[in-house]
Structure formats: C-alpha cells, structure tokens
Design a protein around this ligand. Structure first.
Ligand code: SF4
Length: 659
C-alpha cells in the first residue's frame, strides 16, 4: 500500500521510512521538521498504511481545533488520490463536549460547563429521553432523535462519504437535530483514525471514556502528538490545581444559598470554614509576596507577583485557626464533596448545569493535602492586581501525566520547533532509546534572511534606565513599515511589552493600516482580523502591519503563505518571566537533569523565536526576512544558525527583497 498523495520530497521519504520502521518495531519516534515541510501528511499516510494493514487504530492528538481541521483536510487529499481504497480511508475529528453537545453549544451557561458537569447533565437528559413515562419531561431532543436508527444511519453514511471536519459535522447534526456527540461515539469504533484534542489522551477520566468507545486495547493503538513542543506545558497545566479568593467567595455564596450546614458538630458553618480559608490565602499573599511582617510593616516595595510557600503551611494554618486535627480536616474534605454532590443534584433537577463550587473545593483540598511534593511546587500567586490572590500546586514534572504514552503500540511526536529533542524526551520521561531526529529545512536557505540589531534590547533593567532604547526600537519598526509596502508582522514577547510600546513611544508615524491582536479576543474576532490583514498583502492591497505576541495564537498556529507575510519584526527576546514558578522549574530540571537553564529558559525561548520566524516560509517558493531587535540574539546561534547582524537595516532588507 502506498497512499502518499504527492510526489514525495527527499526529507518526506526519510520521515515516512523512519515512521514505518518505528511502527514495525513497536517503538517511539520524536522528530523536528520545519514548518511547511509536510509533517502532517507524511505521518498521516505512514500511520494509516500501517493501521490498515495491521488492524490498529490511530489516535491523532492536536492542541488546537485549527490543527485538527488540517488533519481532516489532508485525509481528504489522501482519499481523493487513492480512489481504489476510498472506503477504507476514513477518520473523524472529535472536539470537547462543550462544542459537540448541541444543547450546550446554544446555551451560554452550559457552554462554560466542564466536561464532568456536562457529562452528568447529559446522562440525566438521556435517562429522561429513554423513559417510557409519557407525562414526564422527555429529555434532550437531540438524543431522542439519536434513538431513531434510520436517522443515525443516514448521518453515518453522510460522514463516511464527505469526511467532514468536526465543525462541518456538528453543523450538519444541528440541522438534522441529532446529537453529534453520540454519533461520534458510534463512528469511533469504525474509524481507523480518530483526531482528538490532547485532553482526550492525557486526562484520565476523558481518556477512559475514549478508550471505552474505541473498544480496542492500548497496544492496538498508535499515538500521534502533533505540535509536540506544546505537550510538556500542556500536561503541567492539566496536572496543576489552584484555589483563588474568587472561587472561595463563590463557595461562600453557594453555601449560604443551600442552607449553610454546620461542620464538626456545629462548631462552624460551611461558609465560616470558607471565610477562614479566604483569610489564610490573603495572609499568605501578604507575608510571602508583599513581605508584610507582623504589625503590618512592609519590608520592601512589591516587585513580584508569586512566591513559594512552605509545603504544609496552608493546612497547618487551617488546623491552628480552627483548632482541629488533621483527621478532622480529612472528614471536612469528605463532607464538602458529599454536600457538593447534593447541590449538583438539586441544580440538575432544576434544569441547571450540575455545578458545585463546594464540590470543587473538596476535590482541591483532597489533592493539596495528599500531594507528592518532589514533583510539585506550592505557590501563592497575586493575580489581577491584588483582587484575586490564589494558592497553586504547580506540576513541575510533565512525566507525571505522560506515563500513558508507553502503553500505546507506538508513538510519533513531531513539531517544527522541538530542538533540543533530548529535552522533550527527558521531560516526558520517554525511554532513552527512542529515535530522535532533527531534519533540515527542505526549502532553499537563500529564501530566508534573518537579521538582528545590536543597539537595542527589551531587557527590563536597561529599558527602565534608558528611554532612548524604546524610541530606537520604534524607529526601526516605523522605518520598516513605511519603506516596504509588504505585509509585516511585529511580534512582542508579551501583551504587556506590546502595550508599553504602544503607550510610551506611540505608533502615529506609521503610514499604513495597523492591526492589533488583543489578549481577550474571541477566536472569531481573531480570525476576522487575520483575514483582513492577509488581504492587504494581495496585489490590490498596500501591505499592512499586524502587531502580535510570540507564543500566541497567531505566531504558533496560523499560516501566511507568499505575499500574506514577507517581513517579520521581533521586538525583543521572549525569555520567560523570572517568576517563582519559573525558578522552581529551573531548579527542578537542574536537580533532575543538570540542565535547568538549557531546558527551561534557552530552549523554550528559541522555540518561540523560531515559531514566529516560521510564519514567513511555508513552501519552496516563499521568501521572507526576519529582523530581531535585540542585542542578545547571538545567544541563540545554535538554534538559528543563519542569523547576521545588520548595521544598515533598511539597506539590508532592500537588497534581500531586491534580489
Ligand atoms: Fe448534549 Fe447530546 Fe447529551 Fe443531548 S444527548 S445533552 S445533545 S451530548
């Protein structure tokens, strides 16, 4: 079987051969291959060939819905070019229940429900729909239609014929008034490829549901991790937990609404217990972040917004303020969960989302008290300018959640920016013997120019002392935008630096349209903005500037072929902020691998730079120039070998574009 739909380039043949060998030996393969080099199509084709011949299933995991869509489009391409085995080439895209449940999708409250809350709600609706009692509420209409076999078969046939993306599939089901989530569960069994968000693989509860639907053992599945450079941080977030003052206030309101029962033989009520927790969180913030000593004296001006707290201080404070034993605290945790479950039931009976903040509080305390400290750091974080401090158990070690990878028959991990590959392997705790390969870019080197400027920086100490640095940076950006009528993106290390740049130096001298990515922008608004910007690069447009951030939705996930983007200006080096969390991470990697700086600072920063630069070149005809405005750029020479310092920026860009 040879399903590859194009004439393969040299690199692509090499990638496919290594994937084939990996699958045959039941091993794992981690590789980096530049953006636009065809990783998705190579991986999809080789894993599909193997799966069809050996009766395996492919779990293709992606971080974003846009990546998922890309996989389905490539699959259609494979099918179009292999008409003889058309029926066998089939895959489905699955999204979270909040998107797939048509009831939730059209209801503001439900759309914000967690997967657990929606799952509970859905079970109840299904029970009602199946009930034969005609006088009762008949439950979810989309499920009632799902109980009609004929309707289900019609939708399944349509899916197999059309190979829709998840969005197209959900829209179709909505028109037919049938539950897309339930139909997907049926299709999963028949489909050789299931494209899922990471959460379906790395969250235990959701994974169990997925595996139940697939009905095949793990060692008959092949795992693909797309855009793998995101996975370690994704797992860290998934396995971390937080308790904020806002959350505790919601607990207090909930307790008061539902009778506020007494705890520990009536010594205090649930809301009083939550108020004590609120005071403790605030006091931890005052002590460890604000540095307030007893008597209310502040040690020094506040320069940070997070700090480590001693591992047992939170629970010790609870015991001492409430004068209870740790045994009693365990009982309180159990009571909170039981009480929360009752509230969930009441809400469900009222037709509301079965949400209980007290239940979540019980789960958090249970997790916090039983935590293995060597893989976690406990912190207090002062979010939102002092209004909502929180405590946080931050997962330092993503291997905590990556053990499942070893259970698959094979796993393939890929990204355009994954070097150093050892860091990825070590972070996830993959075997020392797995195959690690970095493929060179297949595109002509001369199509890309990377320049850096040595007389500016975004290093905080320097720009706070010398205002002229920011002005010089503004001049560089303004001159580039005003000299070259080409679509230009200006990337900043963070939204904060971007707004400082906008407010302090102003952009009024730029004579062309400027678009700004905003932090809270909805996905729809962002897509509209990007589409408008791309059109400005077309023949009839004048070229525009788009101001965006590194590590964001634009720099990490969107394609800008040909004239849609020709110049990328990178304002400063996107080093991680020197927070307590970052220090904890660095120390952990120092102790575990002796590579704290390289693995937690240098490599993630280089990846963000390369992802932004990677927007420029998407195929062999694409040309583009990147300019990095920071004198610290040469520190990344080992990752960006073709960088050159420019002493005359406009002329250097001119001569490249002229060529
Ligand atoms: Fe939502 Fe489907 Fe469950 Fe109805 S049956 S509640 S549409 S997931």
């Amino acid at each position: 079987m040879d399903l590859f739909p194009y004439k393969p380039r040299k690199n692509q043949t090499a990638v496919m051969q290594t994937i084939k060998n990996t699958l045959e030996s039941g091993g794992d393969f981690v590789f980096e291959s530049g953006t636009g080099s065809g990783k998705t199509i190579c991986t999809l084709t080789s894993t599909l060939e193997y799966a069809l011949e050996n009766h395996k299933k492919i779990i293709y995991s992606t971080r974003t819905n846009a990546q998922q869509r890309q996989v389905i489009l490539e699959l259609r391409e494979i099918r179009n070019k292999n008409k003889g085995v058309k029926e066998k080439i089939f895959g489905i895209g699955i999204q979270g229940r909040a998107n797939m449940c048509i009831l939730a999708r059209n209801d503001l409250e439900f759309a914000k429900g967690t997967s657990e809350e929606l799952s509970k709600y859905c079970s109840n609706e299904k029970k009602k729909a199946k009930s034969t009692n005609k006088d009762k509420d008949k439950g979810c209409i989309y499920y009632r239609n799902f109980l009609n076999k004929e309707k289900v078969e019609t939708v399944k046939e349509w899916v197999k014929k059309e190979l829709p993306t998840a969005e197209e599939f959900i829209d179709y089901c909505e028109k037919k008034e049938i539950c897309s989530y339930e139909i997907n569960r049926l299709l999963m069994r028949e489909s050789p490829i299931v494209v899922v968000p990471y959460v379906y693989v790395f969250d235990l509860m959701i994974r169990n549901m997925l595996f139940d639907c697939l009905s095949v053992p793990e060692d008959d599945m092949v795992l693909v991790v797309d855009e793998a450079h995101n996975l370690p941080n994704y797992i860290r977030d998934l396995f971390s937990a937080q308790l904020s003052m806002y959350m505790l206030n919601s607990c207090i309101l909930e307790a008061e609404k539902y009778g506020d029962p007494g705890m520990v033989d009536g010594r205090f009520s649930v809301s009083e217990f939550c108020k004590i927790l609120n005071e403790i969180v605030r006091d931890l913030r005052d002590t460890y972040i604000y540095g307030i000593l007893e008597g209310g004296i502040r040690r020094e001006p506040v320069k940070k917004n997070d700090a480590f707290i001693p591992s047992h201080e939170f629970e010790t404070e609870i015991l001492s303020r409430l004068k209870i034993t740790s045994r009693t605290l365990h009982d309180i945790v159990g009571d909170l969960m039981a009480y929360g479950e009752k509230i969930q039931e009441y809400r469900q009976k009222d037709g509301k989302l079965p949400r209980s903040y007290l239940h979540k509080l019980g789960l958090f305390l249970d997790f916090w008290i039983s935590l293995e400290m060597d893989q976690y750091a406990k912190l207090v974080v002062d979010a939102s300018g002092g209004k909502n401090p929180r405590i946080e158990a931050f997962c330092l070690d993503p291997s905590v959640g990556a053990a499942i990878i070893r259970d698959f028959h094979s796993s393939i991990h890929m990204s355009g920016t994954l070097e150093p590959l050892e860091e990825y392997r070590d972070s996830l705790g993959l075997s020392e013997n797995i195959e690690l390969i970095g493929y060179p870019s297949p595109f002509p080197r001369e199509n890309r120019k990377i320049l850096f400027i040595g007389d500016v920086t975004t290093k905080y100490d320097e720009i706070s002392k010398d205002e002229k640095i920011l002005t010089r940076m503004k001049d560089y950006v303004t001159n580039i935008c005003n000299t070259f009528p080409k679509n230009t993106m200006v990337f900043f290390p963070s939204f904060n630096v971007m707004s400082m740049f906008r407010n302090q130096v102003g952009l009024d001298k730029i004579n062309r349209d400027i678009y700004f990515e905003e932090q809270e922008m909805s996905q729809t608004a962002l897509m509209e903005l990007v589409t408008d910007f791309k059109e400005q690069g077309n023949e009839n447009g004048d070229g525009a500037a788009l101001f965006s951030v590194m590590g964001g939705r634009i720099s990490e996930g969107m394609d800008f072929p040909a004239e849609q983007l020709e110049i990328a200006v990178i304002v400063g080096i996107p080093y991680p902020k020197p927070t307590a969390k970052q220090r904890g991470l660095q120390r952990y990697y120092d102790l575990k691998f002796g590579k704290g700086w390289e693995y937690t600072v240098e490599a993630p920063t280089a990846r963000k730079l390369l992802q932004s630069i990677g927007r420029l070149i998407r195929d062999e005809k694409d040309r583009g120039v990147a300019v990095i405005l920071d004198r610290r750029t040469p520190r990344f020479k080992k990752y960006i070998k073709d960088m050159q310092e420019s002493k005359n920026l406009i002329q250097d860009i001119q001569s490249f574009i002229g060529n």
